[in-house]
Design a protein around this ligand. Structure first.
Ligand SMILES: [Zn+2]
Length: 90
């Protein structure tokens, strides 16, 4: 293994390959749940889902590449534990 290959494993020097998108940027930690369930008095409109990470009702968008649905704001997957917990219809 030469030096060029080794540098790929150094976290601070790693750059996402061309035509790909890095999912986490520098200093980004795991997403935090703000409201695990819709607060009392808040109703989620039909066709919308509750995003525990954005703490608001969102219309999930389909990710064509992976075949899942995502929150359009924080891009959290609908298969996420807290997402499923907050929405019985996922
Ligand atoms: Zn969200």
């Amino acid at each position: 293994m030469d030096d060029n290959q080794l540098s790929l494993f150094k976290e601070d020097e790693y750059k996402a390959p061309k035509n790909t998108k890095a999912l986490l940027w520098d200093g980004e930690g795991p997403k935090k749940v703000k409201a695990p369930k819709p607060p009392q008095g808040v109703t989620v409109p039909k066709g919308y889902h509750w995003c525990p990470y954005c703490s608001m009702s969102v219309k999930l968008v389909k990710d064509k590449k992976l075949g899942i649905k995502r929150c359009p704001i924080c891009s959290m997957s609908s298969r996420d534990y807290h997402m499923k917990n907050a929405n019985f219809n996922l």
